[in-house]
Structures are given as C-alpha cells and as structure tokens.
Design a protein around this ligand. Structure first.
Ligand SMILES: [Zn+2]
Ligand SMILES: [Zn+2]
Length: 698
C-alpha cells in the first residue's frame, strides 16, 4: 500500500465496517477500505488509491481486513445516485473475471458507462450530484404497456421453433439453425413478444453496429407502443456518445427498457426483469472482444441465461461448430428452419477450377461470361474479395525487392489515391509512405503490383465492361461518415451494375436485384494456419451467397478456386451446412481440437523475439512445477512456444504458447494458479503478455 494520508487514516476500529472494493487497476487484487456506516455489496464508492481517487465497487464485507487495521483508509464517498448493482450483475462480473483470468476490477468497472466511474463527475456534488441525476431530469416515462401489432403468418417450421422456445421453463439454450432467408427474425420477434407480454425484458444481441438500424425499425413497427415510450426500446453499442450510452444503460437497469438491442458490450447491461436473450448470427467473430477482457458475448449470454434461469436463443445459418456440437449432444435444443420463407430457390453454386484456365485480369472466362449475361439482363452482380487496396505487394522485376513494412514482418499494401498517385500502407501497424517511382535497391523504374485487391479489381472491371456502372464498397471507400449508407442506397436504387466488396457487403443487406456473386481469391483464407479457417470461410461464403437471389429466381454464385475438391467448397455447392459440420467435427475429434478440447493462449510481446520466447519458456517451466503438485496432473498440455506468423508488428516481436486440455475444470484450475505467477515473471523479463481463454484465432 502506498503512503497514508493523515486525513484518511483510521485509528479507531470500533463500529467500523470493512469493505472489499474492486478497482480498475492492473493488479490482480481487491482492496480493503473502511466506513463508519454499512455500505451494501454492489454499491459504488470513491476511495483514495495512492495519490489518486478512484471509483470502485464494493464486492465483499470481510470480517477483518487483509492489512493491519491502522493501514486501512476510509471510503471518501458512497455514490448513492444509484442503488447497489444487482446481485446477478455482480455474479456475471465475478464469473467473467474468474473464467477469463482477469482482475475483478478490470472486468466490473469498464462494464459501467464512463460517467459512472469517473471521479470528476462527482466532485462537489456530495449530496445531489452525479451524472445519473442529470440524465434522470430528462424524465423518461415509466414502463409503457406493450401490445403487439398483428404479426405475419408463420410457416410450420417457424411455429415449431416459437413453440419450442415458449415451452422452456427456466433455462435452456435453443440453437435456431435456419438457412438464409428462412425467417429467423420472425421467430425472434414472436419469442420476444411472449416475454414482453409477461412484463419481462428482452436482450437482443447483434454482431455489428450497422445491423442495428434495420432491426430497430422492425422492432419499433412490430411493437408499436414501443415507439411512443422513448426508453422502452434502447440501443446500446460502442458507436453511441457517452451520454447516450449512460441513458440506455440506466433505462435497462431501471427496467424502463423493455427491449435492449445491442452489440457484444450489451451483455454487461444490468436488466432486473430479463426474460429472454437472443444472440443473432451467433457464429460471428464480432461477439469476441479482442482487447482487454477478451470475452465471448455469446458464451457469456449462455452463462447468464443459465444463472438466472431464462431461455437463450442462438440463431445462425452457419452455427459455430461449438454450438452445433452442443446441440448434437443434447446440451442445447435444436430448432431448424430448413426452407426459405419466400418460395425462391437458393442460388446455384458453381466452382470454376482456375488450375486449368488462363485468367484475364484475374477473371476466368465463365465468370466474365456470367457477368456479361447479368448486365444484359439488367441484373446486379457482386464481386467478393476479402482484400482491400490495389495490390498486396509491389515488386521489382530485376532485383526482387518487395514493399516490406519497415516496422513489421509483413508487406506494405499498394493503395491508389487517384489514377496517378499510389501509396504503400501496412494493414498491421498503419505505416504509410508514397509508393516509390523506382526500385529503392537497384533503381529500376519497372515496379509491378503483384496480386489484386478491391481497387485493382474495380479498375479491371471497368476495363472489361466499359459501360457498366461499378462501385467499390470496402473500409477505404466508406471512411467518411454516411458514405456507406450512400453507396448502399445507390445499389438499392438500381444505379449500380457491379459491386466490388469485402466482407462489409456480406452482412445483413438484402439486395433485391442481385443475380450473381463472384468470389475471388477465397483460397488465401482456406490455407491460413488457423484450424478454424475453413469454418470461417464456409460461414462467410454462405453469407455472401445469401445476398443473391433473395427475391429473384435463377441466381448464381461462382467461386474461382484452385482447390475445388476441398470439403468446404463441395459443401457450399450442396448448401450442406450439416454435412460440412459433421465432416469438420469428425476431423477435430480425431486430432483433439475444440470443441473436443479447451484452449488458452499465452501471447508475449517484447522488443526482441528471444525475450518473448524466453518468457514463454519460463512460464512453461513454471507450469511443470504447478502441474506436478496438482491432482489432475497430465490433464493439461502446454505446447512449445512459437513465434507468431507475423512476428513483428510496429517493432514489437511476438510469440505464443498454446495450453490445451480435454477437461474444462482442469484447465480452469490450472490457469487460476498459473496466472497468479505470471505478472512477476513478465515484469522481470520486461515482457508484455496476455492470457486468452477460448481464443478464436491461433
Ligand atoms: Zn530492384
Ligand atoms: Zn507495419
């Protein structure tokens, strides 16, 4: 403990209440304070911490403090602008901290809106202060009654799914597996309606912010009276202003929000009457937080539902293999929507084997023909390519120089600013420089772009089809606020013949005039070193394919590949998720990969790779000692430390160590002991590290 200020030191221990407080500091510890009056668990308090003051949450009432009583400081202020945080919210925080091996304060405090954990918001407002009071003066109405509009007629499969959800007493997880266009949203809305009628709240999660406006409109028009009560339907995502986020969070906490629609962070919203959690596109990687507390909002949703005894619906056209596995084993209920809601055949999927073809500017003959045909028929086409920029690398023909990023072990990607000016940009660290006019090594002016990104494909399409109206939709073309909406509006209005796009175009949009989807360069993803790469590729291509032929018959998807025999492509041709899932699960079972094993990943970063590897080696050695002592010795396997595929990013070198076990409890026990020892080891080695449980990318 740092030095004690005379004003806050406590001398008398009589009639003193001891409080254990979680603070957002990177120390794996809770901190004891005292108070002259009792302070309930879950209450926020302002406490002195070193020279600073911090907002913390009371998490326990220890019978005696961890330090000598005269070293314990007093709480400065009890923040009574809010009642104590609900007990189930506290349990969720505790579980997430334990499961993901993070200090409790680093989990709980960041889960609160900024205004509720910033000391300056409470300065000089001892009795009537705080941001909560300012928000509350806006006077939102109390929970309005909810009556539904007449919902559309459901088909038999949808009825069965809705009934299955409604029949759940207490907790169950229902995997709603429905092909693209099968009407999953309608099932969600019906299930939500039942719960709202019981006077309970619904948490509706979507993977991305840009999917919320569309859904918000559906929810408002379906539950008409919601439109009247300003807080009855609230949206919570990272795109909101601080004030908006606070308002939504408080509406959830107070029960005024009957439906909370949000992205992954919404899983931490307190909801006292929560009756149903819906996780749409449950397989989507965006549910995984990739910094700080690396949680899976999907997995936490299942835990939360089970903790408070309510149903959780996970929906997808391509469920995560983990979820599919749980359903097959009977841990989840399975509801299937096997048919499209509209009587439209799914698009045919054709594989074009590029090994036997000469490509023209990256395009095979069959794809060019198909594009020409759709243009002639007045239909739209989409060329899907998950690589932005002009070309992934610039290369000197005479000496072999390549456009390497000076700070990373990766190529700087060639981008085009306009027709004459090009620049190099590293997609790992953001490094930018003008593209050289001649080779920096040998002076040869003949520098060639190798491969193609969306910009080059756009250029190629314009030269192949000079009369076609081509637009490009990727992170570069949509940087300005509102530009994505503008581009999509052009597409919907029929002012576009061919779209070139990255994964940005694959989600949520319903393009009514789209007749053809062409997929370029999917093989690059297929052979990534990550064992989940085929699963991700399958989901992504199914999703892209699903953009076509939502309303029009005769839609087609053409995939250019050098590996048409691969299981993932064969399954796509058959629209066979279940077959692909069985095949992949059998493969994983044979080699003991998730979901048949559980993993954690220790990643180390240092100026030099050797230091990172050294730290991982020491951590591994330490684990031998720990495991020797444990009863479940041998249940946890630690692999050899290895450098990351892209070793250096922004002049930091990285390595990782994979930890695996067939037993989840054994892994958790081991990690609990092990992670306590790591901070000291890391600081001695001058290495930064992070421990990730259930990593999605390896
Ligand atoms: Zn050269
Ligand atoms: Zn870089």
């Amino acid at each position: 403990m740092p030095e004690i200020a005379a004003t806050t030191a406590v001398t008398a221990t009589q009639n003193m209440f001891w409080l254990r407080v979680a603070l957002d500091v990177p120390l794996n510890d809770l901190f004891d304070y005292c108070s002259l009056a009792p302070v309930p668990i879950g209450q926020r308090v302002i406490v002195p911490f070193g020279r600073r003051k911090l907002v913390g949450v009371v998490v326990a009432h220890p019978s005696s403090p961890a330090l000598a009583p005269h070293l314990i400081k007093a709480v400065e202020q009890v923040l009574d602008d809010l009642p104590p945080l609900p007990a189930d919210w506290m349990r969720l925080g505790r579980f997430a901290a334990r499961y993901y091996q993070r200090p409790l304060g680093e989990v709980m405090l960041p889960a609160l809106p900024v205004a509720l954990r910033r000391v300056s918001d409470y300065r000089g407002k001892r009795s009537a202060g705080g941001p909560v009071c300012r928000i509350d003066r806006r006077g939102a109405p109390v929970a309005p009654a909810i009556a539904a509009d007449e919902p559309p007629q459901l088909n038999a499969d949808q009825v069965r799914a809705v009934e299955m959800i409604a029949a759940v007493r207490g907790h169950a997880t229902i995997l709603l597996y429905g092909v693209t266009g099968s009407g999953k949203t309608e099932v969600y809305l019906h299930a939500a309606q039942t719960v709202l009628k019981q006077g309970r709240q619904v948490l509706f999660m979507v993977p991305e912010i840009n999917l919320t406006p569309q859904l918000e409109r559906s929810l408002r028009s379906r539950f008409a009276p919601l439109a009247g009560g300003s807080d009855a339907l609230v949206v919570l995502n990272s795109g909101l202003s601080e004030g908006e986020r606070l308002r939504a969070w408080l509406a959830a906490l107070r029960g005024r929000a009957r439906i909370l629609l949000g992205t992954r962070l919404a899983i931490f919203a307190p909801m006292p009457d929560l009756g149903l959690i819906i996780v749409d596109e449950e397989h989507d990687g965006s549910y995984k937080q990739q910094e700080g507390l690396r949680y899976s909002a999907r997995d936490l949703a299942v835990w939360r539902g089970s903790d408070i005894g309510i149903p959780v619906v996970l929906g997808s056209a391509t469920p995560a293999l983990e979820s599919w596995h749980h359903a097959r084993r009977g841990h989840y209920l399975l509801a299937v929507l096997p048919h499209r809601a509209r009587p439209v055949e799914p698009p045919t999927v054709r594989l074009v084997d590029t090994r036997r073809l000469v490509l023209d500017r990256g395009f095979s003959g069959p794809l060019v023909e198909a594009l020409a045909q759709r243009l002639g028929a007045g239909q739209q086409s989409l060329i899907f390519l998950n690589r932005r920029g002009y070309a992934p690398v610039l290369n000197c023909q005479s000496c072999g120089w390549t456009s390497q990023c000076p700070r990373c072990t990766a190529y700087a990607v060639l981008h085009r600013r306009d027709s004459r000016r090009h620049y190099l940009q590293c997609h790992h660290c953001g490094y930018q420089a003008p593209a050289p006019r001649a080779c920096p090594d040998c002076g040869d002016p003949d520098l060639r772009p190798i491969g193609r990104g969306t910009q080059r494909v756009e250029e190629n399409l314009r030269s192949l089809f000079p009369s076609a109206r081509v637009v490009r939709i990727d992170a570069d073309s949509t940087r300005k606020k509102g530009s994505a909406e503008q581009l999509f509006a052009q597409v919907h209005a029929g002012c576009v013949d061919i779209m070139v796009g990255t994964q940005m175009v694959s989600k949520g949009h319903d393009f009514t005039r789209l007749g053809l989807v062409g997929v370029l360069n999917a093989d690059a993803t297929l052979f990534a070193s990550d064992f989940r790469a085929p699963e991700r590729l399958f989901a992504q291509l199914m999703q892209v394919a699903g953009r076509a032929g939502r309303r029009a018959q005769g839609a087609e998807v053409i995939i250019q590949t050098g590996y048409p025999e691969q299981a993932v492509y064969q399954a796509l041709v058959r629209h066979d998720y279940a077959g692909f899932a069985s095949h992949s699960l059998a493969e994983r079972e044979a080699v003991g990969l998730p979901p048949y094993a559980h993993q954690a990943l220790l990643t180390a970063e240092a100026a030099r790779l050797a230091a990172a590897l050294d730290f991982l080696g020491q951590s591994k050695a330490l684990s031998e000692a720990l495991r020797g002592a444990a009863a479940d010795n041998g249940a946890v396997v630690l692999y050899e430390p290895i450098p990351l595929r892209v070793v250096r990013v922004a002049n930091v070198e990285r390595a990782q160590l994979l930890i695996e076990s067939r037993s989840r409890p054994a892994l958790q026990n081991f990690l609990g002991d092990w992670s306590r020892e790591l901070p000291a080891l890391a600081s001695a080695a001058h290495v930064r590290y992070r421990l990730e449980v259930d990593p999605l990318e390896i």
